[in-house]
Design a protein around this ligand. Structure first.
Ligand code: PRP
Ligand code: ZN
Ligand code: MG
Length: 224
């Protein structure tokens, strides 16, 4: 099939969106984006963009629904751990680590609480959007705590009485500060990765990927 198009999943709106589009453009892949549309066809290459929620990107690649994805390692590793537990497909290949989307996943506690190391979390309730990453960290450290899954507004959980602590993404620290929380443990450091589905691509598609990677390396090098 010579008219097959390479599909790339990117975050539709959020922290990674702008940089993801800038990166593709810097590689010479041009798009006319219609804000309301899920799909965008490249005007310069046989490439289609799938604009979705970041949380959906790892699964789309692991299920082989799209060929490539640009995704933060936090979301990627959480989905991988979840799928390993559920015995669902969790394979992918990491093509490149990219120099954007830097953040850390940290445990934070209300500033009025005394914190004396990880053992302070034993038996506590911790609210997070990343239960698998948190549980695997706590298990390795030999700490037994309960995780409370929240998909948003995690930082208000302690004040709302839903949890004793939180485990959430931190970038500038402004959100923690504004909510009277203190960052105590960094459990995962994250940046963006370009990933590819595990099942082999057609020769044409793989050649295009290789060409794009060569350009990407040129772009990254020029920035250093
Ligand atoms: C994250 C996190 C905090 C905020 C922290 O949200 O949940 O709300 O960033 O950033 P700060 O330390 O600079 O205040 P984000 O919108 O990135 O979450 P998402 O990746 O789920 O969109
Ligand atoms: Zn279309
Ligand atoms: Mg998100």
């Amino acid at each position: 099939m010579s008219n097959e198009r390479l599909t790339i999943a990117v975050q539709k709106s959020g922290r990674l969106s702008k940089e993801s589009m800038k990166l593709l453009e810097a590689c010479g892949v041009k798009f006319n984006i219609h804000e309301a549309r899920l799909m965008a066809h490249s005007t310069s290459h046989p490439v289609d963009l799938l604009r979705v929620r970041d949380d959906d990107i790892p699964g789309l690649v692991m299920d082989g629904v799209v060929d490539l994805g640009l995704i933060g390692e936090n979301v990627l590793e959480e989905e991988r751990l979840e799928r390993v537990i559920k015995q669902q497909p969790s394979g992918f290949s990491s093509l490149r680590r990219l120099d954007f989307g830097f953040c850390r996943l940290s445990v934070a506690v209300p500033k009025e609480e005394k914190y004396e190391g990880l053992q302070s979390l034993a038996g506590k309730k911790i609210a997070t959007t990343y239960p698998r990453l948190l549980e695997s960290y706590l298990e390795k450290q030999g700490i037994k705590a309960r995780t409370v899954m929240l998909t948003g507004s995690v930082e208000v959980a302690p004040r709302a009485g839903l949890a004793d602590a939180i485990c959430d993404l931190v970038s500038t620290g402004a959100t923690l500060e504004a909510n009277g929380l203190v960052e105590e443990e960094v459990i995962f450091r994250s940046q963006v990765q370009l990933i590819q589905r595990e099942e082999a691509l057609s020769t044409e598609k793989q050649e295009l990927v290789n060409k794009l990677l060569a350009r990407l390396d040129g772009v990254q090098l020029a920035k250093e």
